[in-house]
Design a protein around this ligand. Structure first.
Ligand code: ADP
Ligand code: ASP
Ligand code: MG
Length: 453
């Protein structure tokens, strides 16, 4: 059996959910078991819920409650369209319960004027809890026996709210108790992605884009033959389609290439998705729910047997470069340790690092603790912060055997001022950092160089 994860655009409206139903039906007919279905919130709903929480926390009750009404209406309209028959009263009841709870939380936040990460998770989780209820009812109504499974009883995490980390042993046990029996009964389990709970039962979420991660965890917990990520593009493309007009489909990728691309900005796959898949060697396939007949992109341990040195490009905006120069003349040993201890203390990940004799430059994505980090660094170094930078990276397993790629990247980008250049020991990627304003042009140049038709 397979796990099928459907992203926000693949459950955006009744037409999308009807396509989902046929995709599930086809998998069921083919495999005779499953599939297990994981769904995102309808597109835009998570953003709307976060805006509701922010408005409520700022005391703007009319604004927050107005948005709740809009969301309620959107879900009821979709429910009536998709589930006109016997399943409608129960579905309506579930949706109303959820929205009544949301309304109560909003009113509490308006009074408290404070949104804790734990409360934010309760609100953010509602999008997936709603969409999964709706999809389970729609499948049942379409003659596919399906059971809604509460993701909060299937995925167990730590209490790092808004970006919780799954506890795999507990999660596998929870999965055996909640998801596997549904499959064994010949039915289709339907779970909301992104959502989980702590051991104590407090609702958590896995970070933005986290439904892919849920899909992979369910794949591991059900011993699936394949984890399918159904989305709005044909698969992993040679570049971000919002930056490059006509990128090409990458038919096959290795887990390592996919992890690099996802980490460095290919939003089509949440970076953590790969972990549970790698541990159990379960292939991941990215597919287009509007074109279910396509082969998509297959991600496996081995990847493609042959092909270009560069498999795909990825890019990330809103990167901040921090230059740290030792105030002592020559670089004393222990300097790097001191520097990285500070990033560790403020739980901030560093993406790219370059060094010279007396200085080190790093890039960070997460600016939340930047001021405190800079202050701590200034105790022993000169620090210069440059925001609005972008990262562009060429990824490929075969880069290591191709000494020409690095000089080609630099040559093609000769008129773009490059702030940092990095090629790591794994030699699976070449990364350059530039001003954000230069990114579209640089991306275009590199894409033409490596993927011209
Ligand atoms: P979903 O809602 O299905 O999870 P996402 O919006 O999270 O979908 O991810 C799909 C989007 O990822 C695409 O619409 C595309 O704009 C973006 N994307 C960025 N880089 C790539 C890439 N290299 N290949 C494919 N899609 C990419
Ligand atoms: N709905 C969540 C988000 O928008 C999770 C996901 O769709 O993957 O981030
Ligand atoms: Mg996504």
């Amino acid at each position: 059996m397979v796990v099928q994860k459907f992203g926000g655009t693949s459950v955006a409206d009744p037409a999308a959910i009807r396509r989902l139903i046929e995709i599930v039906r086809a998998a069921r007919t083919r495999d005779g078991r499953g599939p297990a279905v994981v769904v995102s919130a309808m597109s835009g709903v998570t953003d709307a819920l976060l805006a509701i929480a922010a408005a409520a926390g700022a005391g703007k009750d009319a604004d927050a409650l107005g948005r709740v009404t809009q969301l309620r209406e959107r879900h009821h309209v979709a429910a009536r369209d998709l589930v006109p028959g016997a399943e409608l009263p129960a579905l309506t009841r579930h949706l109303d319960q959820q929205f009544d709870e949301l309304t109560a939380v909003v009113k509490a936040l308006v009074v408290l004027r404070e949104v804790s990460p734990r409360t934010l998770d309760v609100v953010a989780a509602m999008g997936e809890l709603l969409s999964s209820r709706m999809v389970a009812a729609a499948l049942t109504e379409a003659g596919i026996p399906a059971d809604w499974v509460d993701a909060r009883r299937a995925i167990v995490t730590n209490d790092d709210h808004t970006r919780a980390v799954p506890l795999m042993r507990e999660t596998m046990a929870a999965m055996r108790a909640s998801v596997v029996p549904v499959l064994d009964a010949g039915r289709v389990p339907v779970l909301g992605g992104f959502v989980a709970a702590t051991i104590e039962g407090h609702t958590t979420t896995l970070g933005r884009g986290g439904s892919d991660y849920s899909g992979a965890i369910v794949g591991a917990g059900t011993d699936a033959a394949e984890i399918q990520i159904w989305t709005d593009v044909d698969g992993m493309l040679t570049a971000d389609p919002r930056v490059i007009a006509a990128p090409r489909l990458v038919p096959q990728l290795s887990f390592k290439e996919a992890a690099e691309l996802a980490y460095f900005g290919a939003k089509v796959l949440h970076p953590s998705t790969i972990l549970p898949a790698v541990e159990r060697d379960i292939p991941v396939r990215i597919l287009n729910s509007r074109k279910p007949e396509g082969d998509g992109t297959l991600i496996t341990a081995a990847g493609a047997a042959n092909g270009n040195a560069v498999t795909a490009l990825a890019c990330k905006r809103d990167v901040t470069v921090v230059d740290i120069t030792s105030s002592r003349m020559l670089m004393a040993y222990g300097f790097l340790r001191q520097v990285f201890e500070i990033f560790e203390r403020f739980t901030t990940a560093v993406d790219v690092v370059t060094t010279s004799e007396v200085s080190v430059s790093v890039t960070v994505d997460d600016r939340r603790h930047l001021e405190a980090i800079v202050e701590a660094l200034r105790a022993f170094a000169e620090v210069c912060v440059e925001p609005e930078m972008a990262l562009l990276c060429a990824v490929g397993d075969r880069l290591r055997n191709d000494p020409e790629t690095a000089p080609r990247v630099v040559r093609v980008l000769e008129e773009v001022p490059l702030r940092m250049i990095s090629q790591a020991a794994s030699r699976r990627n070449i990364t350059v950092i530039m001003r954000q304003a230069d990114l579209p042009h640089a991306m275009q140049r590199l894409h033409e160089e490596f993927f011209a038709q």
